[in-house]
Design a protein around this ligand. Structure first.
Ligand code: 26W
Length: 814
């Protein structure tokens, strides 16, 4: 087996210099920061390589059941520190580099964050594969190696502008290309039936194909000597250059295939709620799932593997509907290529797939027009029709000739155009369907897919989300980690429920002082980062009130804006004595999907309010609004440990779970929130005294909607609300231009789909409670400690244990 270099400072220095000299072809004296960063990354890789190769060998040997996690997104964040921590090399590396006169922090800044995801779903996938590696569960994460990740956000006159995310411009030291493992992925064409020794069979005659080249990324377990694999596919043309056409002088045509093929993995779709239904998006989805399924058959399974035993060997977890085309692809391979009998193949398929739903918004559920799907994947459409036929026969058997229900449950929807409802296909094929928080899973059962819940008793379960404590506590909050470890020892990093032992320390004034000092230190750290990054000043003594997540109307950043405007208006109108106001800095972080006009307007308004408030001497030192652009994992790691108040204010019944809410609570921020998503479970665990609950519950939302919601009636009934909305409408934040934010104001007054106005007064009331609570710093700190102590449940390790016990039935191996 490959030996790792000696885990000594000298050993590390030797390996580093070797990578600098022979890897980068430079000497220490003329090496650039990029050279040094790459050499460092390669050195860490060398230490992890032995474990990786050993794991790959043993996985092939023991043939344990593994999890293939299919996700169109992985929001990985920077890799260097996580890999140093996982390999237990952080201190050695720091010392070794210092010995070479290098500051590790300078090299850290060289790393470009791989932004291969939009938000919650992508980050969850990254947390999950970290937990599976740390728990020693055989797993391969499959996805797409986008050449351009989530766009870089800048603000031009307060408005979002998008720049392409060329994260690979300098290459990535963490990836291993394996062109020899390329898979041919076909598209288009037609199907035909033929007689195969008396057995009628179908086959697909594709029109064109591309190559899927795998790139492997290490997923190291936390100091357990384990390394799992993330395998991302990149598209290249099968024949990249057509010399014949070139010689005919049509140079463009000669490379057209290449450009066309590469487009498939060119860029991540920046939508995180409303699918655009673009053909390229379907090409992306089929491309990576077909390559991944091929990979499982070719690499993971011995050639003569008995196919009916597949369910004992592999489970494919579908991360939302995006990879669901994997179901008909799996059937095509089993029936058309492996010549398995349809029913036997379907029985295997239904045990080899499970589906996680991450949303409640009807518009976020993907549907593909049969015209498009049939043109791109003709054989798959046939297979989906057959699956649906058999399914509706069973539905008819169970529910009788209830045409309404048949039509409502059919995988094929007729309106507005005949389409495949991917969530229905996933539900019919999946062994289990899970929501990502108790409330979400309940709503899936009762409201989103009730017929299916009735038809498939026991299929719908819940697995509440989680976050990895390695990145979001141990790495991003070393001072808090030190305090916890001093009190409890190191075990909590892989056994987060141990945090419960901190409850006793909440009663210890000394510990409270240290805890408060940790928070203050993290605020100073954030202040340095924001000054350096965006020229912002974070004022001492301010409560940091933080709202960081994608910009979406259901998340209600507008409610936060109305709170700020209300507070501001109160002071400038003299209604509120400036002396009585608790100094607050409001920090926003949010990207809007480029095509989401209202979301971009709200970003513009937040920046507009910020520039007025931040420059108004009447509120100097009392109110500040900071909106650092390009919110991403790296910024989250700085902002979350510094936060006092975590804003989780979505309309009840709209946020599937949320995971930021968990990260804030685990870093000692108190939550102001509605009973939505995982907020409910956070509140249940931390206790009502340690959570600022407000607003309608989901049933109350439903009943207000049912009886007819008139947002303007709330405007008329609430003078504070009226004054705030009127201030915006009057152009107070747009230099008197009433038209600039008129669309926002009129949307709230006459539409307000997410009931911002209905929850306004409860929210303002809760914020007053926050101010009162914050005035007693010691009590606040005690409450913050109890939040940390009682949120161990929200570790993604616990989520993985739930998936293993309830869905996957795999086990940590060897
Ligand atoms: C096709 C467009 C599209 C792209 C992404 C999505 C994702 C499902 C959106 C998403 O990230 N959902 C979030 O998933 C998190 C992880 O489970 C949850 O915590 C969030 O509540 C949910 O909004 C929907 C539609």
């Amino acid at each position: 087996p490959v030996a790792a270099p000696p885990s000594t400072v000298d050993g590390f220095v030797r390996e580093f210099l070797l990578n600098l000299n022979s890897g980068r072809g430079v000497t220490l004296s003329n090496a650039s920061a990029t050279d040094k960063y790459f050499a460092l990354a390669h050195t860490v890789r060398d230490y992890l390589m032995a474990r990786w190769l050993e794991d790959l060998r043993r996985q092939r040997e023991v043939q344990d059941k593994g999890v293939a996690y299919l996700s169109a997104e992985y929001l990985l964040g920077r890799q260097l520190d996580n890999n140093l921590l996982a390999s237990g090399l952080s201190e050695i590396a720091e010392e070794a580099l210092a010995a070479c006169g290098i500051d590790l922090d300078v090299l850290r800044q060289q790393e470009v964050e791989p932004g291969l995801g939009n938000g919650g779903l992508g980050r969850l996938a990254a947390c999950f594969i970290d937990s599976l590696a740390t728990m020693g569960v055989p797993n391969v994460g499959y996805g797409i190696r986008y050449e351009y990740g989530i766009f870089r956000q800048t603000f031009v006159d307060g408005q979002q502008a998008e720049q392409p995310d060329a994260w690979l411009s300098l290459g990535s030291p963490w990836e291993f290309a394996h062109p020899e493992g390329a898979q041919t992925i076909a598209f288009g064409g037609h199907t035909e039936t033929y007689d195969d020794e008396g057995v009628p069979r179908s086959r697909w005659i594709p029109a064109w194909n591309v190559q899927a080249v795998p790139y492997n990324y290490m997923v190291p377990g936390y100091q357990n000597g384990r390394v799992n694999t993330l395998r991302l596919w990149s598209a290249v043309a099968t024949n990249s250059f057509d010399l014949r056409v070139f010689n005919s002088g049509d140079y463009e045509e000669a490379v057209r295939a290449q450009t066309y093929a590469e487009n498939i993995s060119k860029v991540l779709y920046p939508e995180d709620s409303t699918p655009q239904g673009k053909e390229l998006r379907l090409q992306q989805q089929y491309f990576f799932v077909a390559a991944s399924i091929r990979d499982v058959f070719d690499v993971m399974l011995p050639a003569d593997f008995e196919l009916t035993n597949l369910p004992e060997r592999i489970i494919f977890q579908l991360n939302d509907t995006h990879p669901v085309i994997a179901v008909p692809e799996f059937m095509r391979v089993l029936v058309d290529e492996k010549k398995m009998d349809w029913d036997a193949a379907w029985a295997v398929t239904q045990q080899c797939f499970a589906y996680t739903c991450h949303t409640l918004l009807p518009e976020a559920l993907e549907v593909w027009p049969v015209e498009l799907l049939g043109r791109l994947l003709p054989r798959h459409l046939e297979i989906i029709y057959r699956i649906n036929e058999d399914f509706l026969v069973a539905v008819r058997e169970k529910f009788g000739d209830d045409e309404m229900r048949i039509r409502d449950m059919s995988i094929i929807g007729e309106h507005p155009v005949r389409s495949v409802r991917m969530a229905y296909l996933a539900t019919v094929a999946g062994a289990k369907v899970n929501g990502v928080a108790e409330l979400h899973s309940q709503l899936l059962r009762d409201k989103v897919l009730p017929d299916f819940n009735e038809f498939y008793p026991g299929k719908f379960i819940n697995v509440t989300n989680g976050v990895t404590p390695r990145r979001f506590v141990r790495l991003s909050n070393p001072s808090l980690s030190g305090l916890i470890t001093d009190a409890l020892g190191t075990g909590w990093v892989t056994d987060l429920e141990r945090l419960r032992e901190l409850e006793a320390y909440a009663e210890d004034p000394e510990f409270r002082t240290q805890f408060a000092e940790v928070k203050a230190a993290n605020k100073r750290l954030l202040s340095d980062v924001l000054r350096e990054r965006d020229g912002f000043e974070v004022s001492d003594g301010h409560m940091l009130d933080v709202m960081v997540k994608r910009l979406h109307e259901y998340k209600r950043q507008m409610l936060k804006v109305l709170h700020i405007v209300t507070t501001y208006e109160g002071i400038i109108s003299g209604r509120v004595a400036v002396g009585d106001v608790q100094p607050r800095t409001f920090i926003f972080g949010a990207k809007a999907a480029p095509g989401y006009v209202m979301a971009k307007r709200i970003i513009h308004l937040i920046n507009a309010v910020g520039s007025v408030v931040n420059n108004d001497p009447r509120v100097e030192g009392k109110l500040k609004v900071l909106f650092p652009p390009n919110y991403n994992v790296t910024l989250a790691e700085r902002v979350i440990p510094a936060a006092d108040l975590s804003e989780q204010i979505s309309l009840a019944g709209k946020e599937a779970s949320g995971t930021g809410n968990m990260k804030f609570a685990l870093n000692g921020a108190l939550t102001i929130g509605t009973d939505d998503g995982a907020n409910v479970e956070i509140r249940e665990l931390v206790g009502d005294d340690n959570f600022f609950l407000f607003g309608m519950s989901e049933p109350e939302v439903e009943s207000l909607w049912a009886k007819g919601y008139k947002p303007s009636s709330f405007y008329n009934a609430d003078s504070g609300l009226r004054r705030s909305l009127d201030l915006i409408a009057a152009g107070a934040f747009s230099g008197g231009d009433r038209s600039m934010f008129e669309p926002i104001v009129s949307n709230l007054l006459y539409d307000d789909r997410f009931m911002v106005l209905a929850d306004y007064s409860a929210y303002i009331g809760a914020q007053a409670k926050v101010d009162a609570a914050y005035a007693d710093q010691d009590a606040w700190t005690r409450s913050a400690i109890l939040n940390v102590a009682r949120c161990g449940y929200f570790s993604s390790d616990r989520s993985m244990r739930d998936y293993i016990e309830r869905i996957w039935h795999t086990a940590p191996s060897f």
